[in-house]
Structure formats: structure tokens, C-alpha cells
Write a protein that binds this ligand. Structure first.
Ligand SMILES: *Cc1c(COP(=O)(O)O)cnc(C)c1O
Length: 376
């Protein structure tokens, strides 16, 4: 069996173990310590934002973001339907209702037009949504200018799920810094990883201080254990934060490598009619190209995305269909949905291709060989 080519696998830079070793040497084996502080500072500097809280997961950061915005049982929270379930799950942890909004076809992210339609209809039905959760899928910036205009018109705060988009920019500004709160993930398959982890960022220092408080069991200032809020055990450990500090040193390299993968696929498919490589609409958009994706119209190219996926699988090369929209998931089937078929179509014809920053020239040759046989 040929070695497996993964969709996206961890890629260490080399300095990570030095930070972890230092934590061992100084016995900072705790959910606080110099690596946690250092990693937060790195994230703040990199994204040019006032405050960051390192947490146990991106999902935990999304959960806390909604608590900080006062989301409660019975509230409506608007969210992109075309995403991973981790965007939507925390809405339900709070007993709130996910109101799912479809994508536009340029960035595959939340349609500002459908967003406004959803807000108007929810207000008409008697309830103004409490928050808007915008996702930047595969690292591609959503149309934030238009989305923020709509959100401001109705005074609804925006949370950015930038779990896949660390290092992506719109008009030169880091994703995750447009909304009231932004979320990053450092899960094993993301652009950098701490093996598992996440962060919540904001220009509102007090909100982030409150996030740290809630994430460490909401302990009031007292010599004994005193509590006046419900807390969570959501802080990042000082050990894995050391991995994060090491990974921050190679983040820009990883972005360059992922963008080179994207260029490789653009070249590979440039003469294949009916296949389109997902790319930025114009130069205002800068995607980290966390995953490179294609859409393939079987009517035009004569091959379905499943044909290509299975041909790759035969060669031990991992590809995946695009995210299955949340309104199509059995568990969210009852959620209100405002759509026009865009994400359903993307799910039908789209495929994610191997995109790791650790992909070799030999890996690319194997991938190109499969593409050449499938499209003859
Ligand atoms: C990975 C991911 C998350 C969840 O992050 P975790 O760190 O795995 O909890 C949330 N939203 C999106 C879009 C993701 O891709």
C-alpha cells in the first residue's frame, strides 16, 4: 500500500518541543503559565487585536462568545448553514435556536442578502436575533463589509468563526477581528495545531477578561472558593500552549505552502472544462487556503466529485466532499432556514483536495497522476 496522503495533517516546525520542555523544566504543568500568556500575546500581535484568551477548543470559544453576548434559552442566533457542526452545536448548549442562513456563491460564506431576509422575518415573527455567527469557510473571507452593514442596521453583534481562517485577511485586516468577538481553532487538522485548542479574541479587553474568568470555573476573588457565576473548565493548558508558541513561528510559512498548493491545483485543472478551483473573488480577499477545493459539474466534465474522490481513495489519497450544510443534517432539520439552494449545490459538486503544508513534490505527482487518468 502506498503511504497515505492526508487532507490536512499536523506539521511541526521544530521549536515546539523547546517550549514544552521549558514548561516541564519549570513545572508549569497547569492551565496557566508563561506559554499560555506567550501564546495569547503572539495571537494578539499577529492579528493586531487587543486581547486573546487561549482555550481548550474552538468550540469552547464559540460557546463562551455567545454567553458573553448574553445568549439565553429561547433566543434566536443566526448562523451560516454551510459549516462544520461545531459552529452550531454551542447555540444549542444554551437552549437557543440556530437560525440557518445560506451562502452566496462567490465566497461560499453567509449571503448578506439572505441574512437581511432572515433578520426581517425573525423580527416580523416577534423576536430579534441575539447574535450573528459568520463562518469563514476553508479560510475564505466572508463578505464582511456587507454583513457588518446589515448587522449594524439592526444592532445585532457579530461573532466570527475563523476556526479555519487564521492568517486570512480582508482589505488587509485579519479575519476574526471584524466582529465583536472572533474564534480560532488549533485542532489537529487546522493550519496550525496545538493538538487541540482554540482562542477567543476581541478588541474589548473586559470581555476577554470575563472569558478567562468563566473558562477557569468562575472563581470570585477570595481566599476560599467563592462563586457567583456558572463556570467552565475551558482554559488551554500550559503544555499545549507551548506547541502553539512554536507553531506561531511557522504560521506564515504554512500559509505560503498552502497557497502554493492552491496554485498547484489551479495549474493542474486549468485545462479541465467543468472543474473550477475555489479562489478569491478579487485582491481584497486573502485566503490562507487552509483547504483547496474544487467544484465539478458532471454535466460538463463527465465526472462526478464521487468519481474523483474514489479514484483518489484507490491510490490512498484522502479527499472529502465539502461540508454538508447544517439545514440538511437530521439533527438540525427543524431549525429555521433561509436559503436559495447555493450550499446544497456546493455539497453536491464540491470536493476538498489534499492541502497539507507538509505535502511533498512526490505527493503532488501522485495526485496529478490520478487527475490525469480521471479526466483523460
Ligand atoms: C474546527 C472548527 C471548529 C471547532 O474547533 P475545535 O477547536 O475543533 O473545537 C468550529 N468551526 C469550524 C468552521 C471549524 O472548522
Amino acid at each position: 500500500m502506498k503511504t497515505k496522503i492526508w487532507l490536512s495533517s499536523p506539521h511541526m516546525g521544530g521549536e515546539e518541543q523547546a517550549f514544552v520542555k521549558e514548561a516541564f523544566d519549570k513545572n508549569w504543568i497547569a492551565p496557566l503559565g508563561p506559554n499560555v500568556n506567550g501564546f495569547e500575546e503572539d495571537l494578539q500581535k499577529y492579528n493586531e487585536i487587543t486581547a486573546a484568551a487561549a482555550l481548550s477548543a474552538g468550540t469552547a470559544a464559540l460557546h463562551l462568545a455567545m454567553i458573553l453576548l448574553g445568549v439565553k434559552t429561547g433566543d434566536d442566533v443566526i448562523a451560516s448553514s454551510f459549516t462544520f457542526s461545531a459552529t452550531i452545536n454551542p447555540i444549542t448548549y444554551l437552549g437557543a435556536t440556530p437560525v440557518l442562513v445560506d451562502s452566496e456563491s462567490e465566497t461560499w460564506n453567509m449571503s448578506p442578502v439572505l441574512l437581511e431576509e432572515a433578520i426581517k422575518d425573525r423580527i416580523f415573527k416577534g423576536k430579534k436575533p441575539k447574535a450573528i455567527m459568520v463562518v469563514h469557510l476553508y479560510g475564505m473571507p466572508a463578505q464582511m463589509d456587507e454583513i457588518l452593514k446589515v448587522a449594524d442596521r439592526y444592532s445585532i453583534p457579530v461573532i466570527e468563526d475563523a476556526a479555519e481562517a487564521l492568517g486570512s485577511k480582508l482589505n488587509g485586516q485579519a479575519l476574526g477581528t471584524f466582529g465583536k468577538l472572533g474564534v480560532y481553532s488549533f485542532n489537529g487538522n487546522k493550519i496550525i495545531t496545538t493538538s487541540g485548542g482554540g482562542a477567543l479574541v476581541s478588541d474589548d479587553k473586559e470581555m476577554i477578561a470575563k472569558a478567562r474568568f468563566l473558562a477557569t470555573q468562575a472563581r470570585d476573588a477570595a481566599p476560599h472558593y467563592q462563586h457567583s457565576h456558572i463556570g467552565f473548565n475551558y482554559r488551554m493548558s500550559n503544555i499545549v500552549a507551548g506547541i502553539g508558541r512554536g507553531q506561531m513561528l511557522v504560521l506564515d510559512d504554512h500559509i505560503a505552502l498552502r497557497r502554493a498548493n492552491h496554485q498547484f491545483y489551479q495549474d493542474l485543472f486549468k485545462d479541465v472544462v467543468g472543474v473550477e478551483v475555489f479562489t478569491e473573488p478579487d485582491e481584497k480577499y486573502f485566503s490562507n487556503h487552509w483547504l483547496s477545493c474544487v467544484t465539478m459539474d458532471p454535466e460538463v466534465c463527465g465526472v462526478s466529485r464521487e468519481d474523483l474522490r474514489l479514484a483518489m481513495e484507490n491510490e490512498n489519497i484522502e479527499c472529502r466532499p465539502l461540508w454538508k450544510p447544517m439545514h440538511m443534517q437530521p439533527v438540525f432539520a427543524d431549525c429555521p432556514f433561509y436559503g436559495d439552494g447555493t450550499s446544497e449545490r456546493l455539497f453536491e459538486i464540491g470536493l476538498c483536495l489534499p492541502s497539507g503544508s507538509n505535502m511533498s513534490e512526490a505527493d503532488r505527482e501522485r495526485i496529478a497522476a490520478v487527475v490525469k487518468t480521471v479526466f483523460k
